[in-house]
Ligand binder design. Structure first.
Ligand SMILES: *[C@@H]1O[C@H](CO)[C@@H](O)[C@H](O)[C@H]1NC(C)=O
Ligand SMILES: *[C@@H]1O[C@H](CO)[C@@H](O)[C@H](O)[C@H]1NC(C)=O
Ligand SMILES: *[C@@H]1O[C@H](CO)[C@@H](O)[C@H](O)[C@H]1NC(C)=O
Ligand SMILES: *[C@@H]1O[C@H](CO)[C@@H](O)[C@H](O)[C@H]1NC(C)=O
Ligand SMILES: *[C@@H]1O[C@H](CO)[C@@H](O)[C@H](O)[C@H]1NC(C)=O
Ligand SMILES: [Ca+2]
Length: 374
């Protein structure tokens, strides 16, 4: 593990970028547990880390390229940190020591989902986020985000698997950030998502997974509606991007899980309303795109059946025509569906303080025993 001083340095680095979706250097991860990390860090920490073993040299362990030769979860003939088992953050096997430790989490500064502020200590006094709160046996990250968004807060915090707190930046600045791995409680409403921990609150910007948004930032991240939950039925969402100093805009799509032809993402030129690109379950973005405009309108709609997690769109405003992507001349038709509003009900404020984990869904997807602290 890193020393407290190193940790403080790391946190500093993370926090600087984390308070806004507007980031100069976009993260390498768009899922909070870094399951999508495909970067090249090959040691458990940048400072005094242990070297990772190659995934093709670990036949004695569960995850190796002999068993998973097709690049599953980003495994390969390399020793980069990955998260093949849905753990709380990327990890790797290390050469076993006397205490029997054979894997370790990787502290990867560049891997932090934009919009996720991090895992914070919630001592309960004062409460981590001081606005509205509630609990739900069906809590997911987005249930809490939606609850706080509707009430006009900027941040939503999930804790102990079933509790949700809302608040504003002011509250957040007072909180003590802890290691991401301490937010390891699965959400009661979805076992593939994490909802804080025991006395640990995972805090998000409510813009994550919102069904609208307008930005003038040079760099912007747009998540599909309800992210990280599935986008669900009858989405009809519109976002506008007008980076003030840009002449053109570049788009990357690191995540695109859309089920069928009727779930459509459409990008229009905001000045002319001309369709520039259209994507759906059969027509996926597979490269960097360049748009010769500084005003984009993004629209997403889904139908009633067959849904998936959705997408992450990374937009970067460019000050010149420096083309790093393929120019786009797309086409699009338009058939839209009426929106439905999903009403969320949270049981009202049970406790305003630190929440303790109660019995929840039995299993996390842990397939490795936890490492003993060194
Ligand atoms: C990690 O990768 C770098 C190059 O990317 C290499 O120089 C270094 O030796 C590697 N370290 C380990 C422990 O494999
Ligand atoms: C609210 O609390 C009641 C009883 O306390 C429980 O039966 C119900 O399932 C809870 N609802 C949610 C959404 O958690
Ligand atoms: C974005 O702009 C549209 C049109 O101007 C407006 O209707 C909508 O409320 C705005 N959304 C947000 C989140 O500001
Ligand atoms: C960008 O290219 C367009 C045509 O391709 C040109 O009209 C425009 O002047 C260029 N703008 C800049 C800032 O280079
Ligand atoms: C989608 O939403 C827009 C604006 O909120 C609305 O004008 C449009 O009619 C909606 N489309 C459908 C099919 O409901
Ligand atoms: Ca569909």
């Amino acid at each position: 593990m890193v020393s407290r001083v190193q940790l403080a340095v790391l946190l500093e680095v993370c926090l600087q970028g984390a308070f806004s979706l507007v980031r100069q250097d976009i993260s390498e991860c768009f899922r909070v547990n870094g399951a999508d990390y495909r970067g090249n860090q090959n040691q458990t920490s940048l400072v005094n880390g242990r070297p990772c073993l190659y995934w093709n040299q670990t036949p004695q362990h569960t995850y190796n390229t002999l068993k998973y030769p097709n690049g599953e979860w980003g495994l390969g003939n390399h020793n980069y940190c990955r998260n093949p088992d849905g753990d709380v953050q990327p990890w790797c096997y290390v050469s076993e020591n006397e205490e029997g430790i054979y894997w370790k989490y990787c502290n990867i500064p560049s891997c932090s989902m934009p919009g996720y502020m991090g895992c914070f200590l919630d001592s309960g006094n004062p409460p981590a986020l001081s606005g509205s709160s509630g609990t739900s046996t069906k809590l997911t990250v987005q249930v809490c985000l939606r609850f706080c968004r509707k009430k006009g807060y900027k941040y939503a915090g999930v804790e102990a698997g079933y509790a949700c707190f809302c608040g504003n930046a002011l509250d957040l600045s007072k909180k003590e950030r802890v290691s991401a791995v301490e937010c390891d409680q699965v959400c009661f409403g979805k076992s593939s998502e994490l909802c804080g921990g025991d006395g640990r609150i995972g805090i998000y910007d409510v813009s994550v997974g919102a069904c609208e948004g307008n930005s003038t930032a040079m760099n912007e991240v747009i998540y599909s509606p309800n992210f990280p939950d599935d986008y669900g039925a009858d989405s009809n969402c519109t976002w506008t991007l007008r980076p003030t100093e840009a002449v053109s805009m570049q788009l990357n799509v690191p995540l695109f899980e859309v089920r069928d032809r009727n779930d459509r993402l459409e990008i229009r030129d905001g000045h002319t309303n001309r369709a520039l690109a259209t994507f759906n379950g059969h027509q996926r973005p597979d490269r960097t795109l360049l748009f010769h405009t500084n005003f984009l309108v993004i629209h997403f709609q889904s139908d009633q059946i067959l849904h998936a997690q959705g997408f992450t769109l990374l937009f970067k405003g460019l000050r010149d025509n420096s083309s790093q992507g393929d120019d786009v001349r797309g086409s699009a038709g338009s058939s839209q569906l009426p929106p439905t509003v999903a009403a969320e009900r949270l049981n009202s404020s049970v406790s305003t303080g630190k929440v303790t984990t109660i019995a929840g869904p039995a299993s996390t997807c842990r397939r490795k025993p936890p490492p003993v602290s060194l």
